[in-house]
Design a protein around this ligand. Structure first.
Ligand code: SF4
Length: 449
């Protein structure tokens, strides 16, 4: 057990996060000032946060022999940081040097960020300052995945219509309010939970409600998450296609039956294949597939097989996540050190993803990190050129207002003059959301300006 002293200041939280990248919670303790003499590492007297982080990184590297690829970066949005340096006028060589010298990023991660920044600059040019992103959440799923930390409820269908009534009310208000203040939608995303938990009629009515409520003239992208293959039927896909939705996300996570059982999914790999075939048959223009590296018991060869089978299904986007075991998940109750043991397995899986996806014509177009990720790696969205999701880029860049409706939705109002975000949250419990829908609307009336 190592004793570590972190002086009480603004950098303390970030420094503590950096320590956790190297050491399991059971391997260290933070000591108070009166015990700092006992500390193996003492962090005090630093004026500059980045300098403090580099010093701590060096000490922890000496101690553990580890050199995390993301260097001293503890935040979740490295691509945003990189883009900000470009916006400030630095050229590519200067940004590379900053990422290496100030943040200790590995050459591989620097190349990833530079490539992403250049691609995103091409996609996001001609941005209309009055455009916003729109999100609506359906917080229901057939079963709960073992790693889930989202708003996801397993309920009888009769519980869902009152939720939809409240959601339609919020959509009506937000649609009119945005029109009144001269804002229009650039992208729309119905997420969850699992929106295809809704039956075809309810799903169709929700999409129709969104289309009638918002000014659709500037919409570049409309996505419906069809996450769980066991909720996907041909009639729902036809509703999606006939409503003009251009993008869906089917989320297999793994093609290994044993893994699907271990993570609490109630579908088979065969149902995943069927869902893709149906979506192709009804000619949904863009299909995304979510996969996860580092799932329980999986080895690199399992991931390779999953990836090869998914590539055969020919989705336009493949998002490769690294499993993050968060506090709200069941997995962390079962295994508190899970993330720390998975590092090398995930590293190999991500190398397989990079090699295979690049060879098959996919390019990375957005990335983000989360806390508690296995091996402290990242999630990367890969796409065939020209099929990148603008909503996904925007939400990570935090350079546009995103209005989120439904239980658990957190709207983020962006103020470009000061490059500042203000959050306007809804409650996350769906029953409380129904009860307090007028208050959720009132919050938006005040918060969305
Ligand atoms: S599908 Fe997503 S939201 Fe639903 S239980 Fe699994 S992780 Fe949670």
């Amino acid at each position: 057990m190592y004793n570590i002293y972190l002086e009480e200041n603004k950098a303390k939280y970030d420094l503590n996060e950096l320590v956790k990248m190297f050491l399991k919670p059971s391997e260290f303790q933070l000591v108070e000032e009166d015990q700092k003499e006992t500390a193996l590492i003492r962090m005090e007297g630093f004026e500059d946060k980045n300098e403090a982080k580099r010093y701590l990184f060096d000490r922890l590297s000496q101690l553990t022999g580890q050199y995390p690829d993301w260097g001293t970066l503890t935040g979740v949005r490295p691509a945003k940081l990189c883009n900000e340096y470009f916006r400030k006028g630095h050229d590519t060589e200067q940004v590379k040097k900053i990422l290496k010298d100030t943040y200790y990023l590995s050459d591989e991660k620097i190349k990833l960020l530079i490539d992403l920044a250049q691609l995103q600059q091409r996609i996001l040019k001609d941005c209309d300052p009055n455009a916003v992103g729109i999100y609506a959440g359906i917080p229901f799923c057939p079963t709960r995945c073992v790693y889930c930390s989202f708003t996801s409820n397993q309920v009888k269908y009769e519980k869902i219509p009152p939720y939809l009534t409240a959601l339609h009310k919020e959509i009506d208000f937000v649609g009119q309010h945005l029109k009144d203040i001269g804002r229009h939608a650039e992208s729309i995303y119905i997420g969850g939970g699992t929106p295809t938990t809704l039956n075809a009629d309810d799903l169709g009515q929700l999409i129709a409600k969104m289309k009638s409520a918002f000014d659709m003239s500037g919409v570049r992208e409309f996505t419906v998450e069809a996450g769980r293959p066991d909720t996907i039927t041909e009639d729902k896909l036809r509703v999606i296609k006939d409503s003009g939705v251009g993008r869906i996300s089917i989320n297999p996570q793994s093609m290994k039956q044993r893994t699907l059982e271990l993570i609490g999914r109630s579908h088979t790999p065969g149902e995943i294949v069927d869902a893709f075939k149906k979506a192709k048959e009804v000619e949904i223009p863009i299909i995304n597939a979510d996969l996860i590296t580092g799932l329980p018991e999986e080895q690199p060869e399992d991931f390779r097989e999953t990836l090869e089978r998914i590539i055969e299904l020919d989705p336009e986007n493949i998002t490769v996540h690294t499993l993050a075991v968060k506090r709200a998940s069941r997995l962390i109750e079962q295994d508190a050190d899970y993330n720390y043991r998975q590092g090398e397995v995930v590293r190999e899986m991500l190398a397989i993803a990079k090699e295979k996806l690049t060879a098959c014509g996919y390019e990375p177009y957005y990335m983000y990190r989360q806390k508690h990720m296995s091996g402290n790696f990242e999630n990367i969205g890969w796409s065939k050129p020209g099929t990148e999701s603008i909503y996904n880029i925007r939400i990570m860049e935090e350079d546009q207002t995103i209005v989120a409706m439904g239980a658990g939705g957190i709207s983020k109002m962006y103020y470009p003059e000061t490059n500042r975000l203000e959050r306007v949250p809804n409650v996350s419990n769906y029953e409380i959301y129904i009860d307090r829908i007028d208050e959720m609307i009132e919050r938006k009336k005040i918060g969305i300006k």
